[in-house]
Design a protein. Sequence first.
Length: 65
Amino acid sequence: MAKKNFALRIDPKLYEALERWAQDEFRSVNAHIEYVLREATRKAGRLPGPNVAAPQEEEPPADGS
């Protein structure tokens, strides 16, 4: 898949926070921004594909088995 390039103007303090976060996750800042945007887009239901919301825990059977 080809990636689209575009300029992003971002507050320096926000960039520094993203840079630290990316380092914690062993990603580049660019890859981390893409990851954060993808997750937010999926969570909002705006990205086609399977819903990545946290799986629901199954309730135990009523008879205790």
